[in-house]
Design a binder for this molecule. Sequence first.
Ligand SMILES: Nc1ncnc2c1ncn2[C@@H]1O[C@H](COP(=O)(O)OP(=O)(O)OP(=O)(O)O)[C@@H](O)[C@H]1O
Length: 238
Amino acid sequence: MRAPVSHLPLVATQLRYAAGGVAILHGLDLAIEAGPPLVILGPNGAGKSVLLRLLHGLIVPTGGNVTWSGEPGRPRGAMVFQRPVMLRRSVLANAAYPLKLAGQPRAARHAAAMAALDRVGLAGLATRAARRLSGGEQQRLALARAEATGPEVVFLDEPCASLDPAAARAVEAIIAGIAGRGAKVVMTTHDLAQARRLAGEIAFLHRGRLLEQAPAATFFSAPSTPEAAAFLRGELLA
Ligand SMILES: Nc1ncnc2c1ncn2[C@@H]1O[C@H](COP(=O)(O)OP(=O)(O)OP(=O)(O)O)[C@@H](O)[C@H]1O
């Protein structure tokens, strides 16, 4: 069997973003390779969500560029937001939606969507209206929907921000499973404990600048900037 074509590395070069006359990212360089999850860490307002959206291609930089495997390109990968947006349809229809957009026949897309629901523990709720699910269930459904097409990169923006600890653990287990199938997870969080549990690599952002990109073990044991050290001590809040 031929290996699937890889679009990694994903490289940001001198990435800038400004909105409403305010500079949010100030010329950021970042390279993302295949491997364990990259967690974009930093205090509130550091620019984590904006960076994630730029990397995915959901928004366009005001300066610099993003390339996939050396090619400037169309948006790639799947994105899961902090508060998932559900179609006013069944759980199954939501999970199958990306496959419908991809033109898969109905029987095949329903089988694939059911398999994706099963992996997140929602197969039993397939006929339920998606908008009636709890917050934790909706986030698991959003992950199943993102996974339905087997994307090479899955972007997650604060995926556990509004969840209780049990729901957050369930979502973390799914994220570990996504990484386990070989997809690249790129996620934002300001939750240090979650970053320790999930990250293979950390990109530390502060006030729109990338201060460190390091293996997680290195970052947590020997941060190389005073800002990261202060953040790890719980002292850097913005
Ligand atoms: N479209 C926009 N217009 C104006 N300002 C914006 C816009 N998008 C983001 N910002 C500002 O840019 C800064 C970075 O926002 P961003 O959401 O990326 O931060 P973050 O690191 O994800 O923070 P948090 O952890 O609080 O979610 C914030 O000060 C935010 O208010």
